[in-house]
Design a binder for this molecule. Structure first.
Ligand code: INS
Ligand code: FE2
Ligand code: FE2
Length: 311
């Protein structure tokens, strides 16, 4: 394999080039090809139910519903503005992408009816699944690996936010809460629900303004997008879009809120549709061997991210 190496700006070209080549050699180990069958989406989740069944009668569903009750009451325009300002500082920690993956060993997502495994497994399961079907789109494998890293903000050293401010599906604030949002009834107690400036179809926005100008409920998607962007990641725009809107089920699955999109959003949405299948249907009790796949993902991290990032 050959790689295009950017023209270095240094005087000592050979030393720089050498460093760069070492990095590249390390960064491209062979892909494992033991099982190269296509990814098959299962019909049932690990609990023997349909995926994303928010109305089933079970203990897990009850706690998921309670999660959405608090999320819907508390995610307001004011709250999102505060969170954006606070987390925009990126002053919580300096660490690498892989260190963050390992921190997710400690995080279990209370909003998810389909998975109660540590989040690092979900990252690897979705990345390995998408890699099977799109072997040449390395940026997509990496996008899957990192898409949920933002969940670290539930940990004490990152501000210890309650789960309702971190996980679950997302939706715009500042305009009407669409009825396709799961457990929509709990918005009745959200102060923005009664606010005339915020409760019309376009609210504080304009048709076609672009999602970049829309404030989404605060959580792991927007936070991780911010981390990637502010630290100068070279992930393509579709990868950044996937990270930012993968929980926006009211758009990518229900097809609502399209009046807020611009042309670029429409292009990127095609990739988000592809991604969503692997994010959702790869959730399983079968663990991926972390050490075995780590070298491959390290090579992608080195390609698209600096060594350490501000979080
Ligand atoms: O419960 C899940 C989980 O929190 C995911 O990380 C998020 O992306 C989904 O939208 C949500 O339904
Ligand atoms: Fe997520
Ligand atoms: Fe996910």
């Amino acid at each position: 394999m050959t790689f295009a190496v950017e023209k270095p700006m240094f005087e000592d070209v050979s030393a720089f080039q050498k460093k760069r080549e070492d990095k590249i050699e390390f960064s491209m180990p062979k892909m494992t090809t033991e099982d190269d069958e296509a990814f098959l989406a299962p019909e049932m989740n690990a609990f023997g139910r349909q995926f994303r069944d928010y109305d089933a009668e079970s203990e897990r569903q009850k706690s998921v519903e309670e999660f959405y009750r608090t999320q819907h009451i508390n995610q307001t325009v004011d709250f999102v503005k505060k969170m954006r300002a606070e987390y925009g500082k990126l002053d919580k920690k300096v660490m690498s992408i892989w260190e963050c993956c390992e921190l997710l060993n400690e995080v279990v997502d209370e909003s998810d009816p389909d998975l109660d495994e540590p989040q690092i497994q979900h990252l690897l399961q979705s990345a390995e699944a998408i890699r099977k079907d799109y072997p040449n789109e390395d940026w997509l494998h990496l996008t899957a690996l990192i898409h949920d890293l933002g969940k670290v903000i539930t940990l004490p050293q990152f501000g210890g936010l309650p789960q309702w401010a971190v996980v679950g599906d997302t939706f715009p604030v500042g305009c009407a809460f669409d009825e396709s949002i799961v457990h929509h009834k709990y918005f009745l107690e959200n102060p923005d629900f009664q606010n005339k400036a915020y409760n019309t179809k376009t609210g504080i926005y304009t048709e076609g303004c672009g999602l970049n100008n829309v404030m989404m409920s605060w959580g792991h998607d927007d936070y991780m997008y911010l981390v990637a962007k502010e630290n100068g990641s070279t992930l393509p725009s579709a990868g950044q879009f996937i990270i930012r809107y993968h929980s926006f089920y009211p758009l990518h699955t229900a097809g609502e809120y399209t009046h807020l999109m611009n042309e670029e959003d429409k292009e990127n949405l095609k990739w988000l549709h592809i991604f969503n299948k692997y994010d959702l249907y790869s959730k399983s009790k079968v663990h991926v061997d972390v050490e075995k796949v780590k070298p491959y993902y390290m090579s992608l991290i080195n390609k698209y991210f600096p060594e350490t990032l501000r979080w």
